[in-house]
Design a protein around this ligand. Sequence first.
Ligand SMILES: [Zn+2]
Length: 358
Amino acid sequence: MIIKLDDTLINFCGLQSNDQNDSQIFELLADVRIRGFHFVIGSRKLLRLLGSSKFISEKAKKLYQKLYNNYTTEMAISASVDFTLNIIDSKKSNTTNDIFIDIHDLNDNTFLLRNKLLLENTVDSNIYSEIINKYITQNSLNAIQYNWDVSMGGGTTTHNEFKRITNENLTYTLCVLDSDKTSPHSNLGGTALQFITKPILTDFGEFYILPVHEMENLYPVEIISAISNGIPKFIKNKKIINKLSTNKNCDSFCYIDLKKGLNIYTLYNLNVDCRDYWINIFDKIGYNTKKCSCIDKNCRHFLIYPFGRNIADEIIDFVSKIGVNIKDLLNSIYEEIWLEIGKLLFEKFCCPKFIPNI
Ligand SMILES: [Zn+2]
């Protein structure tokens, strides 16, 4: 992430005077930059003053001198990333791309960590690595690194976990939530809805609701099709998945509950819009969705059989065995979703190389 030292700190910290100043923040951020956790930028004037300040350590001074001398190179990141976290003398309102943090809200260790990627149900961030790498390649950003610390929110406790982490004022957290939507117009699931109905006000993080049912639905249609054709235990889904994937409605893959599949009982217990959405799709590919007499969700009349809880692991294993590159299999729907998420991830988790021997 980019951390910008705002020019208002010059007067606030007495950098232009001989008064003892509040130099701790500059020591801290020098350390953050040296270790390569975040980019640290500021105006030439501010960097020059810091490079000659008598109130900070030799090591920190050397760092700021280096940033001043390499100003153009260090600032180049701003051309590739819209999001900036600004440290300022007193709080002002955030905008879409700029967060403003009051210097008083920092503590001795703020930002001396990777930013956190808080996920709902899994610590497996494989798909997010694929997505950020796609964004990096597509935008020729290969010279810039990224890194994150993945945390698990645990589904229903994700809201509490996000609140707890962001309250520490230690690191910036991007929380990615499943939408649990079962059709394009369906309601959000409980966890995502909780973030909207009980907003957590913080400058140290944000949440993002996936535009698909859940994380597993970020794997492109071709991959779901490939595992249905290629993994024996999923063979029962071969026909339906192949039919759905050749249908014009392959955006339905964004909303399939891949883990649980879809049976007739569940279909008829969806809200009316979602039910009509799916019945329409199955009609188009010639599938009978006639109601069965089952009285609970244990109904075995599956339209789509469950891929099970470990589908993401199965995909990763399969992909590594057949040696295919997931990034090359995106249709236009997935391309758009991946680039949106890729931008978000890159902005929050880009980082510079650490500086040895300073
Ligand atoms: Zn049934």
